[in-house]
Ligand binder design. Sequence first.
Ligand code: SF4
Ligand code: SF4
Length: 189
Amino acid sequence: MAYYVNRNIKMTWWERLYLPEIIKGMGITSRHFFVNLFGFVPYLLGAKKERPIMTVYYPEEQVQYPIAYRGRPVLAQNEDGQPACVACGLCEIACPAYCIHIEPSENSGKQNQYERWPDVFNIDYAICIFCGNCEEACPEEAIFMSDDCEISMLDRKQMLYTKEQLLTPVADLQKRIDFTRNMYAKWNY
Ligand code: SF4
Ligand code: SF4
């Protein structure tokens, strides 16, 4: 849906003076600055039960991300321990960052119920842009965006995750699976 900015707003004479509005804006910014700077004092003295500061003390405190959040993409692992992936390569093609590498293999009958399966499935998080295209492209509900964003490393090579590292039990992804089913149904896929 296109969104148009209304540029024909009629300002009052007070707003047209310009400077009072600038001063008002700076006042709001300064108030937030000082609340953040000294807001812990009443909390420490016991006058307040909660800190009025919005800053999260990461990593001691963790943020609960909304279900729509796109963290690192992971591979869904079926109850038999195998990936739900059929190595069709659609996510690899849909990936704008070219960070997915798949080497398909014929199923010997031991892996899972599908004819094809990925012998190699790598995602390089060093170049992933967390766009979610892979999740959207997958016809098998085999790849999902998780809420995990703690993937910083000292060595870029360690950010190349293999199939074994990517596997995440379907039960842990159930909320995201339900969310995507709901979302794509709305979009009339
Ligand atoms: S989230 Fe985007 S960039 Fe990352 S692997 Fe998926 S398609 Fe590629
Ligand atoms: S994760 Fe999905 S889209 Fe990617 S290769 Fe596997 S089945 Fe195909």
